[in-house]
Design a protein around this ligand. Structure first.
Ligand code: ZN
Length: 222
């Protein structure tokens, strides 16, 4: 971005032109980087409008590149829309005669609530009872991320992860617990900074058997 490229020195008063034109130039540059889809270009433009709408000056030093940075950040935080389950699992489902519970706990979770587009952050705990197939452990975290990096509510996120693990592994049961803190409750609204929202989804054996459920809940608390 430091290299302004062709067209930058247009006009006789280069300095004042640069102040005015740099944001416009950035949109064009981003468009090119994004294979001409214009997606990121539009998003950075929207961020520029958003910043202007609160009366801020887009040309002041600290904000010069903010629309572009915010667009990139937003694109990263919502990249789950561009990902597919097949690409993420990528064949990492293996035959196994292990029938003991597999638990991946304390998976860091960063998502955006779909009502305010503010973060909710916390941990996910995922368990399943294999019956013939196991899933590469890192894939559990990647599946969690794929759904977390969309606009979400915690309840749906929990359900989507559980159903996907079941679908991929054909397990006898799946349990998912998510504990998260919601910035829309912390920074605004009721302003409760210390409340945690806990959601769970139990499928198959985890729903049928209190013992299985208990074992899971005990193991994630230990
Ligand atoms: Zn919210």
């Amino acid at each position: 971005m430091a290299d302004a490229g062709p067209g930058y020195s247009r006009g006789s008063d280069q300095k004042s032109f640069a102040l005015r034109a740099v944001p416009v130039y950035r949109f064009v540059q981003l468009n090119r980087e994004h294979d001409g889809t214009g997606k990121l270009m539009d998003t950075s433009k929207l961020y520029a409008d958003l910043i202007s709408s609160i009366g801020e000056d887009l040309n002041r030093d600290g904000l010069h590149k903010t629309p572009e940075r915010a667009a990139r950040a937003f694109s990263f935080l919502t990249q789950g829309y561009q990902q597919s389950l097949d690409d993420i699992v990528n064949g990492a489902v293996f035959d196994s005669d292990n029938e003991e519970m597999v638990i991946v706990k304390d998976i860091e979770l960063y998502s955006l609530c779909e009502h305010h587009m503010l973060p909710f952050v916390g941990r996910a705990h995922v368990a399943y009872l294999p019956q013939g197939k196991v899933l590469g452990l890192s894939k559990v975290a990647r599946i969690t991320d794929m759904y977390a990096r969309r606009l979400q509510i915690q309840e749906n996120l929990t359900k989507q992860i559980a159903e996907t693990i079941l679908q991929v592994t054909h397990a006898a049961g799946v349990g998912v617990v998510i504990e998260a803190q919601h910035f829309c409750m912390m920074m605004r609204g009721v302003q409760k900074q210390n409340s945690w929202t806990v959601t769970s989804m139990m499928l198959g054996e985890f729903r049928k058997s209190a013992r299985t459920r208990q074992e899971f809940l005990q193991l994630i608390r230990s």
